[in-house]
Ligand binder design. Structure first.
Ligand code: NAP
Length: 275
């Protein structure tokens, strides 16, 4: 497998998405976000994952514009927050996010959570936004197989991406296989377990074997499972470290050791209970 920082996956709508990006939850608004994004762009990151909820869309947009890098080389994701569901509300919320970002278009617009009640109406709005070219791709986040089975028969446009929590302690194999069969790209959030499990002995042993850090092993594991991965950091040393995952490959037996850590445990919320 010869992945590089420039590698992109082709989504089911034909658009291409970088395989590694910068997560932006809890990246503080203002300088903190601007500096992190500018540094990440400088060292080759081209995918940025924000949301209305994160409060840093404006700073992400500013850093993208100030970089001087052609817009079409950069992939920007933002998301519809839970209290903006419904057809008209979703259209309004998208326009607000787009203006905050100060961009002509967003590369990917996601339904952040499968909020019961209005999510099907919201999806209709996302299709319209895509038809208008204001979001190049549209998708969902935190959708389980059950939520996807509700959505897919009712739409001509399947979600291009489903962004979910994914790491060895939550190796969502059935969801991964389902997504592959429907050509929905799975994207890994909290790929570093938010830092909570980096000292697990299996992870540190594998890291030592390859002369890598635990964070690099976790990112590489998700990449080798075919996911797009978005580790978050605001620290330049860690942004660089997390991007240094393209010059080694985990062997089959080490992938299997990491796979076996699965305990279906979440560091974020569990969407399984959402009706
Ligand atoms: N769709 C959703 O519902 C959803 C939910 C959660 C997250 N997300 C997205 O996914 C992104 C990533 O998930 P996440 O932020 O929850 O967790 P994460 O990427 O697993 O972990 C981030 C945490 O790990 C630290 N960290 C980063 N690199 C490190 C390294 N090399 N060594 C040790 N610690 C390191 C960060 O601190 P520093 O910043 O101080 O380095 C931060 O505290 C989010 O930022 C967001 O964009 C989406």
């Amino acid at each position: 497998m010869s992945l590089t920082m420039e590698s992109r996956v082709t989504l089911n709508d034909g658009n291409k998405m970088p395989v590694l990006g910068l997560g932006m939850w809890q990246a503080g608004s203002g300088k903190e976000t601007r500096k992190a994004v500018a540094y990440a762009l400088e060292i080759g990151y081209r995918l940025f994952d924000t949301a209305k909820l994160y409060g840093n869309e404006r700073d992400l947009g500013a850093a993208v514009r100030e970089s001087g890098i052609p817009r079409e080389e950069i992939f920007v994701t933002t998301k519809l927050w839970n209290n903006d569901h419904g057809y008209e509300s979703a259209l309004r919320a998208f326009e607000k996010s787009r203006r905050e970002l100060g961009l002509d278009y967003v590369d990917l617009y996601l339904i952040h959570w499968p909020v019961p009640g209005l999510r099907q109406e919201s999806w209709k709005a996302l299709q319209k936004i895509r038809d208008q070219g204001l979001a190049r791709s549209v998708g969902v986040s935190n959708y389980t197989i059950r939520h996807l089975e509700e959505l897919l028969p009712s739409t001509a446009i399947p979600p291009a991406v489903n962004q979910v929590e994914f790491h060895p302690f939550l190796y969502q194999r059935p969801l991964l296989e389902f997504s592959e069969s429907k050509r929905i790209q799975l994207e890994a959030y909290s790929p570093l377990t938010r830092g909570h499990r980096l000292d697990h002995p299996v992870i540190t042993q594998v890291a030592a074997k390859y002369g890598r850090t635990p964070a690099q092993v976790l990112i590489r594991w998700s990449l080798q499972h075919g996911l797009v991965v978005i580790p978050k950091s605001i620290r330049p040393d860690r942004i660089r470290e997390n991007g240094g995952v393209f010059d080694f490959e985990l062997k089959r037996e080490d992938m299997a050791r990491l796979d076996s850590l699965d305990e279906s445990s979440h560091v974020a919320w569990n969407p399984e209970d959402l009706p």
